[in-house]
Design a protein around this ligand. Structure first.
Ligand code: MRU
Length: 414
């Protein structure tokens, strides 16, 4: 047990079936009960993985964007022989990637970093440029882990001994190239013996807390209790929380922070109960082009996330008769199980296993839904923002500007 047990979020390797370079990723939409690994040899595959939330979490999205562009460069641009055509192709791919999800700025940051690399190397032969893009994408993954470990060290220093910390959504290793931001702080503090326990919000509607944060903390051996989002207030009132730490999808220049829906409510609760509210994020999540959080576009997702619950698993037939029945039903492809009342279930044969993917309706048909995936917490509710360069405190806008320019530590700035 330890954080080494948590799988890599995404990696670059040769796909044995096609012999092509590929992006591999653990399918987070099905974790923890099905552990599929997706293999993408074209950028469209990564785009689908992003919109389907197989890969999610702001820093991981930045790396995924860069790797998708690297896939296009090495697998999909063979017929391009001139630099202008290549640069136009890269721009087109960047637009496709950034159209997948609007809120996390890291996606745009990752795509822009590759575009800038292409602009700055117009004189290179195209094959050398293609290799440079791959190297850059891999370097971005390595840098991300390094940044998270630095965030972890800065953040752990802010926690008291025997800290009881509450977190929301998954800002863990799976949300980054590796190690995590908010969970990176918790992992670091745990290694230092400072964590008495973690409260994990389940995080309706997609349940990143119950599915992913709980899974990571379990593997890392960090003690925690899973709670529903609506329990946080009474846990705080009972005196059970010393700090709240969350990640971020986009931080405006004044410190206003977009993060998973429900974060704002926690910040308000922290103010009421005198609990510090920390945001842990790399400077690549800070969007200095936005003066305030007003300009942050909030993604609205499929109403089905609220109308019901998705689930995945594996069927384990008990008898040869059950095996033959499942083989027959899945012989022509996935078997759609006929279920009444609008529930949906599909069984897919994968090698010798039978994977189950379903959606159970909860609300009656015909219900109107509002499903924003993120909210914005005003800077006034944030005690500090923990970055890889130090900790920004109020006045957040001055601190953030200095940290994004690469300044040293907080105490110089805060
Ligand atoms: O919709 P998701 O799962 O991509 O949302 C993720 C979050 O809101 C995280 O808290 C945020 O991206 C920070 S991840 C280090």
């Amino acid at each position: 047990m330890g954080i080494e047990a948590i799988p890599q979020t995404l990696w670059w390797a040769v796909d044995e079936t096609t012999g092509l370079p590929a992006v591999y990723m653990v399918d987070q939409s099905r974790l923890p009960l099905a552990g599929d690994v997706l293999v993408c040899v074209a950028h469209e595959g990564v785009c689908l993985a992003i919109s389907g939330m197989a890969v999610r979490g702001a820093p991981a999205l930045g790396v995924a964007a860069a790797m998708a562009m690297a896939l296009w460069a090495v697998n999909e641009s063979d017929d391009i022989v001139t630099y202008p055509e290549f640069a136009a192709g890269i721009d087109e791919v960047a637009s496709e990637i950034t159209a997948t999800r609007p809120t996390a700025v890291n996606l745009f940051w990752g795509a822009e970093r590759i575009r800038a690399l292409v602009r700055d190397n117009a004189d290179l032969p195209l094959d050398a440029l293609r290799q440079l893009i791959v190297d850059e994408a891999l370097a971005m993954a390595a840098e991300d882990e390094d940044r998270n470990r630095r965030i972890g060290a800065f953040g752990a220093d802010l926690l008291p001994d025997d800290a009881r910390v509450l977190t929301h959504c998954n800002a863990g290793s799976l949300a980054t190239a590796y190690f995590g931001t908010a969970l990176g702080v918790i992992f670091t503090a745990h290694e230092q013996g400072k964590i008495a326990g973690v409260w994990v919000d389940e995080t309706r509607p997609v349940l990143q807390g119950a599915r992913l944060t709980a899974w990571e903390l379990k593997m890392a051996g960090v003690p925690f209790n899973l709670i529903t989002d609506s329990m946080a207030a009474s846990v705080m009132r009972a005196g059970g929380v010393d700090a709240v730490i969350v990640g971020a999808d986009r931080i405006a220049a004044n410190g206003d922070t977009a993060n998973k829906i429900g974060t704002y409510g926690l910040a308000v609760l922290c103010k009421e109960h005198g609990i510090p509210f920390y945001v842990a994020a790399p400077t690549s999540t800070v969007d200095l082009t936005l003066a305030t959080g007003e300009g942050i576009v909030i993604e609205e997702r499929d109403p089905r996330e609220i109308l019901g619950m998705s689930f995945s698993g594996v069927i384990e037939p008990r008898t040869p008769t059950e095996v033959s029945a499942l083989d027959a039903l899945t012989a022509q492809g996935p078997w759609e199980v006929p279920i009444a009342k609008g529930h949906a279930m599909e069984v897919t044969r994968k090698g010798g296993a039978y994977q189950l993917d379903g959606w159970a309706r909860i609300a009656p048909p015909g219900v109107q839904v509002y499903n924003p995936a993120f909210d914005v917490t005003p800077a006034a509710y944030i005690t500090a923002i923990i970055t890889e360069n130090g900790v920004a405190r109020a006045d957040l806008s001055a601190s953030l500007a200095a940290l994004c320019a690469g300044a040293g530590s907080i105490d110089e700035i805060g």
